[in-house]
Design a protein around this ligand. Structure first.
Ligand code: SAM
Length: 298
């Protein structure tokens, strides 16, 4: 069987299985099985597959037809211009999360230190922590996750991508951060933010294969976000930044809760699809005068 025929047949199988981009997925899977780039594959459509290659490709095609996400089959996903290793222990990095990384890298308040300390809560594959560590060379970056298996993936990525200095710790936020009180310049997170009752709206790739603890949070998806808002002022230095990814239509509620938590200048940033995807706010620079204190007229 030739490359061209294998691709035609596989695209048909994947289309019938309800896969969104059947032809592209077939090409990427065959390129992965043959160990070549997609371009190399497409310039030789007449190339014959060996029996072993054809069998391996059919196996991958059949896995994809059961809706296993493509990056779990190829083991890689691009994020912020770098190839991250992924497996089923971690959420697959999403393009909208690049908006969060960009917003943090673009935050340069007057007098911003060249050696900031950052904490990434729910680091998963490490895509945010590692991209920030590489974008802020003088920084100390800590990634935390409740999943030890996810942290193994983050470690592998940090070492492979030249960010071995990223520190990783296993804990369930807000536990495990006692040493970071008023230490952080930036607290960043793409937390789980889907309400458990929204699971039926998700495509099978997400609902059936991505880690549950990466997707779902109580309080209609806002439980971990609320905990981040509640603890931000305790962990951030005065003037420090809280940067959160939030779900579709969650931004107005998160902005309201940020205000209520005493954070300054809550604002939303839109992703490339125009969706309010990131919420930014700072710990107020000066502790606010409590009402009991008389104003100082001296
Ligand atoms: C939406 S995923 C984000 C993964 C990665 N940062 C990204 O943007 O692709 C959320 C991650 O948070 C972790 N997590 C969920 N609740 C947590 C908590 N309370 N403390 C620490 N990690 C948590 C999950 O294990 C998962 O890896």
């Amino acid at each position: 069987v030739t490359v061209q025929h294998a691709l035609l047949a596989a695209a048909e199988t994947l289309r019938s299985a309800g896969v969104d981009s059947p032809r592209l997925d077939a090409e990427l899977l065959l390129a992965h099985v043959l160990g070549v780039s997609r371009t190399q594959l497409l310039v030789h459509p007449e190339q014959e597959l060996s029996e072993a290659q054809a069998r391996a490709f059919e196996m991958h095609r059949d896995w994809r037809a059961t809706r296993v996400p493509l990056p779990y089959l190829t083991g890689t996903r691009e994020f912020f211009g770098r190839a991250f290793f992924v497996n089923q222990q971690v959420l697959i990095p999403r393009p909208e999360t690049e908006t969060l990384v960009e917003a943090v890298l673009g935050w340069q308040p007057p007098g911003f230190t060249a050696h900031p300390t950052l904490l990434d809560v729910g680091t998963g594959s490490g895509c945010i922590a590692i991209s920030l560590a590489l974008g802020l060379p003088g920084s100390r970056v800590i990634g935390m996750d409740l999943s030890g298996k996810a942290l193994e993936v983050a470690r592998r990525n940090a070492d492979a991508l030249g960010a071995a200095r990223v520190e990783l710790r296993e804990a369930r936020f807000p536990e495990g951060v006692e040493d970071l009180e008023e230490v952080l310049d930036i607290l960043v997170s793409n937390p789980p933010y889907i309400g458990p009752d929204e699971s039926l709206d998700l495509p099978p790739e997400v609902r059936d294969f991505e880690p549950q603890e990466a997707l779902y949070a109580g309080d209609c998806g806002l439980e971990v976000i609320q905990s981040l808002l509640d603890n931000a002022s305790r962990l951030l230095k005065p003037g420090g930044l809280l940067a959160l990814e939030v779900g579709f239509r969650q931004a107005p509620e998160v902005l309201r809760r940020a205000q209520k938590a005493g954070l300054a200048s809550p604002r939303a940033v839109r992703d490339l699809s125009g969706i309010e995807r990131v919420v930014l706010a700072e710990r107020p620079a000066q502790p606010r005068r409590s009402p009991e204190q008389p104003p100082n007229h001296a």
